[in-house]
Design a protein around this ligand. Structure first.
Ligand SMILES: C[S@@+](CC[C@H](N)C(=O)[O-])C[C@H]1O[C@@H](n2cnc3c(N)ncnc32)[C@H](O)[C@@H]1O
Length: 454
């Protein structure tokens, strides 16, 4: 069958929608064309660069009629860098896109129509919000490249500043860059799995001001590390400087071993009135301002009166657990990373909360086992799984436990829709879904769904 478009030919097209990855979507005689950088409502000229049977990709050549929502990106490398996908779209329009994305997924993937999806709660100032940065390091000995990966590749874009990160990172990266250059430290080459320094990871406590710098190395020791420590400790707030040993030929950034070079192995920060210890290997939400909004939404949805037993599944370092423990009778958290559970227990003790309990293990194993052997019960269940969503075994057991309320915190609305579609015909009703913008300028969407037992 002949396609209505040909590769290497130019076409004019009207963009109708935004795809999941922020690309514009238009049609030529019913044939779907994805155009990176184009926005809904725009008339554009594209060069067809890839044509498949049912869809193709066009390279944006010219914007003939721009959208009123189009803005000029603040970051000079926004178009090349893989970190932001929506810097050319106004913030208001991004929020509308995210609300629509969740609604669309619930309808298309979950078959769930008529659900109240509340408009995305955005940030007053959507810049410099991240508390964690991971900069890949590469290049030649004495000439480091430090920055971010280009879109769809592992080519490093050297970046002096990132507008999503805390300003202090600009200074830290410069210190590490100078140290690597002056001391001709071997830099990691992903293709040959050789060289030493792979990544710089930083964490900044927004409330505490404490800073952690973690240098990820393909080895055990960093030559001349005392020189680096001397310079980094001059940065106000520096609390922890550690090495992470990652000798595997893998895309996973962190290895398992941590060696403290200076200071503590963790930093602390607060969410609301609860203080947390955060170690380099533990998951901690990256946008502290919106995390507070997210957790408060989850807590409001749970509407606790102090008599409830709450399960917090996929609990990380116990942030939601301790937020809820202030209002519940008791909370039981389960998380697969043992170190995060150690953090969670220490965090409970640190905040004098004796009604929060934690266990390490896969939620889909721990919860069915405790239900079968000890008759585990709960009034409210909170789940906050990674992007792949909940394991079906876990959902089955939640249905057996039959909590009055289930609060589902999701970072992927496609898997949220899939899991809600499983729960809904089995005795639960989706009351509402609140979208919270945790990741301005990117396509990522966070949402909280409230389900109640019918
Ligand atoms: C999106 S994070 C949420 C963490 C925490 N609720 C928070 O807000 O910081 C998901 C967490 O699930 C954990 N995880 C992944 N697979 C798991 C599993 N099968 N069982 C339990 N926890 C798991 C991850 O290690 C991570 O800490």
């Amino acid at each position: 069958m002949e396609l209505p478009v040909q590769k290497n030919q130019e076409y004019e097209i009207t963009i109708e929608d935004l795809g999941n990855n922020g690309e514009g979507i238009g049609r030529i005689e019913g044939y779907t064309v994805f155009v990176e950088g184009a926005l809904p409502g725009e008339r554009v000229r594209v060069l067809m660069v890839k044509t498949k049977k049912h869809y193709g990709y066009g390279k944006l050549r010219e914007i003939l009629e721009p959208s009123p929502d189009r803005i000029t990106p603040v970051c000079p490398v926004a178009e090349k860098c893989g970190g932001c996908q929506l810097q050319h779209l106004s913030y208001e329009a991004q929020l509308a896109f995210k609300t629509k994305k969740v609604k669309d997924h619930l309808e298309r993937i979950g078959g769930l129509t008529g659900i109240e999806v509340l408009p995305a709660i955005g940030m007053e100032d959507p810049w410099r919000y991240r508390n964690k940065a991971q900069f890949p390091v590469g290049g030649e000995k004495g000439a480091p490249q430090i920055g971010f990966y280009a879109k769809r590749s592992h080519r490093i874009i050297d970046t002096p500043a990132c507008y999503l990160q805390n300003e202090v990172n600009d200074a830290i990266v410069q210190i590490v860059r100078d140290f690597l250059t002056e001391n001709k430290i071997p830099l990691y080459d992903e293709e040959t799995h050789s060289g030493l320094v792979r990544h710089i990871l930083t964490r900044v406590g927004r409330q505490s001001g404490q800073i952690m710098v973690c240098i990820v190395i393909n080895g055990k020791n960093l030559p001349q590390s005392q020189k680096l420590v001397e310079r980094l400790t001059a940065v106000p707030g520096m609390t922890s400087i550690v090495l992470n040993e990652n000798r595997k030929a893998t895309n996973v950034i962190l290895g398992e071993k941590i060696h403290v070079l200076w200071g503590k192995e963790f930093i602390t920060d607060t969410i609301g009135s609860v203080e947390f210890e955060i170690s380099p290997l533990s998951f901690y939400q990256v946008n502290p301002i919106q995390t507070r909004v997210l957790y408060q939404t989850a807590l409001d949805f749970a509407d606790l009166d102090g008599t409830e037993t709450v399960l917090d599944l996929y609990c990380g370092i116990g942030t939601i657990s301790l937020f809820f423990a202030q209002k519940a009778k008791r909370v039981f958290g389960v998380e697969i990373v043992p170190q995060a559970i150690e953090d969670a227990k220490r965090n409970a003790a640190r905040n004098h909360m004796d009604n929060a309990f934690f266990q390490a293990g896969a939620a889909e194993e721990v919860i069915p086992r405790l239900y079968e052997t000890e008759g585990l019960q709960a009034d409210v269940v909170v789940v906050d799984p990674p992007r792949k969503g909940c394991d079906q075994r876990l959902l089955e057991t939640i249905l057996e436990i039959a909590p009055k309320k289930l609060v589902y915190v999701s970072c992927d609305s496609a898997t949220l829709a899939r899991d809600l579609a499983y729960l809904c015909p089995r005795g639960y009703r989706v009351e509402k879904v609140q979208v919270v913008d945790q990741f301005p300028w990117t396509v990522h969407v966070e949402s909280v769904a409230l389900l109640s037992k019918e």
